[in-house]
Design a protein around this ligand. Structure first.
Ligand code: ZN
Length: 456
């Protein structure tokens, strides 16, 4: 592995300091409270000579947009957006080694909620952009830095609001977005992989509700709404929904198999088979948590989460319900998932229940035969010739699902060199979230290198 050398040690140190400052703004969502962190980024943008715009539905939930405009005579492409969210998921300080909003630097890692997700990329993107500006790079398209609020609670006041209310600030029809969940190192069987996100699953949030006879709960009640609901939940939790091994999941699996020898390469296509695939999975991946993350991209999933029953301990409710967090494989709809769930619940409850959609957004998927994706691959090959770039699909969602509505191709590329003993998935939303400083600096260099190559 090598690192390009766009930055002096002092400049990289400044980037670490900015990241620590951003971590110290507690932007836990809920409630979010992103204004102070956004103001700090605005100040940084102004120091670079940019004119940041701060917009949003509420003053205390702002979004920042700052454009580095190309010289019109040189502009040959539509805008590239570098996007980050500045809110974070809450942290329970009692479970952390160092306080989650301290930005503590132990000499190896910078600790804190948001170090990875995703104030690290906010810092990386603005630092790379700053280099383009200071070097007066004659860029061939506008580059727009976007820092949004409210991603972790569903994107409503952040990227969703921006895309719906102020697409003009996003260049109207941006061609590309670089965003989170990709570019980090995955170590497997002695190989280094860099998944680059090109797809994310869709969302189908559902409610399953059951009517029952209300009454006094001092009397025996064999079939109350609550006991029926419990049976339905048990069935859903135990179910394996049908296999949907689409091209996005298969490209991901084949990408991982390729460098691991002839056998792995020959076996990988079998995952597409609806009967063989599910049987192969436990044989191919023994670690249960890794297996779960791969299984998630091969099926629709449905997890019962919020329960609603009686308001009173001594009364049987007239209705009991559960909200279900459903996630859709590419090409699947909420109706498809509801059909799959009927097949699970009907044998238990008959037709005696309702299943309806609270919220739906379909999976998004972006092509890999684009100039930006090719440049990402070429850059990674030049900085880590032994590494392997793999197009990936994630089970969750990011701001990319909103930018996709503007026709943009969105890639998760947040280059981050991780040592073998530090697992990305455990850091993401986990206790003791932290970013290795060397890997973070490598990422700043790598992103900058990629942008220099792509934008000239
Ligand atoms: Zn995130």
């Amino acid at each position: 592995m090598r690192s390009s050398a766009w930055f002096t040690a002092a400049e990289l140190e400044e980037a670490s300091t900015l990241l620590q400052e951003l971590i110290r703004f507690d932007t836990s969502n809920p409630p979010g409270d992103e204004a102070a962190a956004i103001a700090r980024l605005a100040e940084h943008c102004r120091a670079l000579g940019l004119e940041p715009k701060i917009v949003g539905a509420y003053e205390e939930r702002p979004n920042l947009v700052a454009k580095f405009a190309a010289d019109p005579a040189r502009r040959t492409g539509r805008p590239l957006i570098l996007s980050c969210h500045i809110d974070v998921v809450p942290a329970d300080a009692a479970r952390w080694t160092h306080p989650p909003f301290s930005g503590h630097d132990d000499g190896t890692c910078i600790w804190g909620r948001g170090a990875i997700d995703m104030k690290g990329f906010a810092t990386m993107a603005i630092t790379a952009l700053g280099k383009l500006i200071r070097e007066k790079v004659p860029i061939n398209r506008d580059v727009i830095f976007v820092a949004v609020s409210d991603e972790e609670a569903g994107t409503r006041l952040g990227s969703k609001w921006l895309v719906e209310e102020r697409p003009d600030l996003l260049g109207g029809d941006p061609e590309y977005v670089i965003n989170e969940v990709g570019g980090f190192t995955v170590h497997q069987n002695g190989h280094r992989f860099y998944p680059v996100q090109v797809a994310e699953k869709g969302v189908a949030w559902l409610t399953l509700s059951i009517e029952g006879k209300p009454g006094h709960s001092s009397l025996p009640a064999k079939d109350s709404a609550v006991s029926k609901l419990a049976r339905a939940i048990e069935a859903i939790a135990a179910a394996k929904l049908p296999w949907h091994a689409g091209p996005e999941a298969m490209n991901f699996l084949k990408g991982f198999a390729k460098p691991q020898g002839r056998l792995a390469e020959m076996v990988a296509p079998l995952f597409a088979h609806p009967v063989i695939g599910p049987r192969l999975l436990p044989l191919a991946i023994s670690d249960p948590s890794r297996r779960a993350s791969v299984e998630a991209i091969l099926r629709n999933t449905a997890n019962p989460t919020c329960l609603h029953g009686s308001d009173s301990i001594n009364m049987l409710p007239g209705c009991a319900s559960v909200d279900i967090d459903g996630r859709l494989a590419p090409g699947q709809t909420a109706d498809d998932l509801i059909r799959e769930l009927h097949a699970v619940v009907r044998p238990v409850l008959g037709n005696d229940y309702d299943l309806y959609v609270l919220q739906e957004s379909e999976a998004v998927s972006f092509p890999t035969d684009t100039a930006l994706y090719r440049e990402i691959v070429a850059t990674m090959q030049s900085v880590d010739p032994a590494g392997h770039v793999v197009p990936s699909i994630i089970p969750g969602f990011t701001d990319s699902r909103n930018y996709a509505k503007l026709g943009a191709h969105c890639y998760g590329f947040y280059p981050l060199q991780l040592p073998p003993d530090l697992d990305f998935a455990s850091l993401f939303h986990g206790d003791d979230e932290r970013i290795p400083v060397a890997g973070f600096h490598w990422g700043i260099e790598t992103l900058t290198e990629m942008l220099f190559r792509f934008l000239r």
